[in-house]
Design a protein around this ligand. Structure first.
Ligand SMILES: Cc1ncc(COP(=O)(O)O)c(C=O)c1O
Length: 454
C-alpha cells in the first residue's frame, strides 16, 4: 500500500526558525519613518512591539533558536502532517505527484498560531499585559486570542466588518478564548469613528482594522500591537512549516519541483517556501509560486513602492508591492487575502525572480476547493483553496507539456467556519471580481509623493 501521511515525532520538531534575510541575494530596502524619510530604528518601534521581536525584525542571523516554552505549546498540534494527495491526483487525472502540508490541525484551524504563540510569549516576557490586533477572516484573531489565553494576556481584536457579519462563529471562538472583539471600523478609536462618519456602509478592510489596532496600542502603556502577517518576524516564526516539510518530503523520498502557497500578507506562503528558497538560492531548481485573488492582485498588478501598511497612515513606510493604502478590495470570500500590500521580504524575492505570482478568480478557486474536499476529505479555507487551484494548474500545465512534476502546496487552514461562502458558491451567488485598470490607477494615486525604493 502506498503511504498517505508523512508524520514526524514531537522530538523532531525544528528547534530554530530560519531567517531568509541572511541568504537573500539583494538586501531588502529599509522601512522608513514617514515624518523624516529616514530608516526606522528599534527605538521608533518600541512603543508598539517588545524588543525581542524588534531585534528579530532586523536580525541577519540565519537561524534563531525557538524558546522551550514556545516549543512546548507548539507540541499541542505540531509537527503537522504532510500528505500525498493521491486521491486528488486521481480526481484531476494528472501524472504529477501532489503533496500538501496541512496547518489546519492547530486549535484555531490555521498556521496563524505559529507566530501568535511566539508574539504572546515575548510580550509577556517583557511585561506587557495586553495585545491589540486586527483580523480579516477571523483566523488570525482567533489564533491570537488562543495564544493570549494560554500565555496569560488580555487581547482586543478589531475584526473587518464584512467578516464579522459573515463569520459569527469566528467571533464566538475569539470570545471563548477570552478576548474582546469589535467590528471594524468601530466607535472605539478615533480613526474608526472618522472612517464611519465618511463611509457609514463600508465593509471595512484589513488596512482600516490595522489603523484601529495600532491606535489602540500606541495610546496605552500596557498594550503592544500584534500583526498576523507581513512583518519579517512573523514570516520568520512561520518557517517551522517549511523545515518540517523538508524533513517529511525526505521521508517520502521526494523533492518538490514546485512549491506553492496562497498570499495575503504572505506569512503561510513564506512559512512553507522560505526553507525551500534556501535550497533554491544554494542552487537547486525549484519553481516557487505565490497565489493571490484576482480581486486583490497585489503581486501581479500592484506597484513595488513605499506605502503605509494601514489606511490611516499610522504605520512606517514599507517597501512592498501595493495597490495603495486606501484600496478597499471587493468583499470576496477569502477575507484573509484582502490586503493592499504584501510582506517586504516576499516583494524583494519577487523582484529578484526567485518567486513568481499568479492571480485567480474566486469561482475557479471554489471549484478547486470542492474537488479537493471530495477527494482528500478536508474542507479547505477559501484562502488555502487558492493554493489548491495553483497546484492543480501546475499539474495541468505539466501534463500538457508531457512532464511529471512533484508539487508541494501549503493547506494553510480548514474552512469549517466558511460554510456560508460554500453555500453562496453552490447557490451560484459568488461573483468573479477582477479589478479594472482604472480602479488600480485611482488607488495608486494615494502613494504619489511618497519616497520611491532605489
Ligand atoms: C487560512 C488562511 N490562509 C491564509 C491566510 C493569508 O494570510 P498570510 O498570507 O499571512 O498567510 C489567512 C489569513 O487570514 C488565513 O486565514
Amino acid at each position: 500500500m502506498e503511504r498517505t501521511k508523512f508524520l514526524l515525532d514531537e522530538s523532531q520538531l525544528p528547534r530554530r526558525w530560519y531567517n531568509i534575510r541572511a541568504d537573500m541575494p539583494s538586501a531588502p530596502q529599509p522601512v522608513l519613518h514617514p515624518g523624516t524619510g529616514e530608516p526606522v530604528g528599534p527605538d521608533d518601534l518600541a512603543p508598539l512591539f517588545p524588543m525581542e521581536l524588534i531585534l528579530q525584525e532586523v536580525s541577519e542571523e540565519p537561524e534563531i533558536p525557538i524558546p522551550e516554552e514556545i516549543l512546548d505549546i507548539y507540541t499541542l498540534w505540531r509537527p503537522t502532517p504532510l500528505y500525498r494527495a493521491r486521491r486528488l491526483e486521481q480526481a484531476a487525472g494528472t501524472r504529477s505527484r501532489i503533496f500538501y502540508k496541512y496547518e489546519g490541525v492547530s486549535p484555531p484551524g490555521s498556521h496563524k498560531p505559529n507566530t501568535a504563540v511566539a508574539q504572546a510569549f515575548y510580550n509577556k516576557k517583557e511585561g506587557r499585559s495586553r495585545l491589540s490586533t486586527e483580523t480579516g477572516a477571523g483566523q488570525w484573531g482567533s489564533a491570537l486570542a488562543f495564544a493570549c489565553k494560554l500565555i496569560g494576556l488580555e487581547c482586543k481584536v478589531y475584526m473587518v466588518r464584512i467578516s464579522y457579519d459573515q463569520k459569527p462563529f469566528r467571533r464566538s471562538m475569539i470570545q471563548t478564548w477570552g478576548a474582546e472583539i469589535v467590528a471594524s471600523p468601530s466607535e472605539d478609536t478615533q480613526c474608526g469613528r472618522a472612517i464611519l462618519e465618511e463611509f457609514p456602509e463600508t465593509p471595512g478592510s484589513l488596512g482600516i482594522a490595522i489603523s484601529e489596532a495600532v491606535e489602540d496600542a500606541a495610546g496605552r502603556e500596557d498594550t503592544s500591537y500584534s500583526l498576523g502577517s507581513v512583518l519579517n518576524h512573523v514570516l520568520l516564526h512561520q518557517t517551522i512549516i517549511g523545515q518540517e516539510a523538508l524533513a517529511q518530503m525526505e521521508m517520502a523520498g521526494a523533492f518538490p519541483d514546485v512549491v506553492i502557497g496562497c498570499v495575503g500578507g504572505g506569512s503561510n506562503f513564506a512559512g512553507l517556501a522560505f526553507p525551500f528558497l534556501r535550497e533554491k538560492i544554494a542552487g537547486r531548481e525549484i519553481d516557487v509560486l505565490a497565489c493571490e485573488p484576482a480581486a486583490c492582485p497585489t503581486l501581479t498588478r500592484g506597484l513595488y513602492a513605499y506605502d503605509f501598511g494601514d489606511t490611516s497612515k499610522l504605520t512606517p513606510l514599507v517597501p512592498m508591492h501595493t495597490l495603495g493604502h486606501d484600496f478597499v478590495p471587493a468583499p470576496i470570500h477569502a477575507g484573509g487575502l484582502r490586503y493592499h500590500g504584501v510582506a517586504p521580504l516576499i516583494s524583494q524575492l519577487v523582484n529578484d525572480d526567485l518567486i513568481r505570482a499568479e492571480a485567480y478568480l474566486q469561482g475557479d478557486v471554489f471549484a478547486a476547493a470542492v474537488l479537493f474536499a471530495g477527494s482528500e476529505g478536508i474542507i479547505p479555507a477559501p484562502e488555502s483553496a487558492h493554493a489548491i487551484h495553483g497546484a492543480l494548474e501546475a499539474a495541468r500545465k505539466a501534463d500538457e507539456a508531457g512532464e511529471q512534476q512533484t508539487i508541494l502546496f501549503n493547506l494553510s487552514g480548514h474552512g469549517h467556519f466558511d460554510m456560508a461562502a460554500y453555500d453562496n458558491y453552490f447557490a451560484g451567488k459568488l461573483e468573479d471580481v477582477a479589478l479594472d485598470e482604472e480602479e488600480i490607477e485611482r488607488a495608486l494615486r494615494a502613494i504619489q509623493g511618497l519616497p520611491v525604493p532605489v
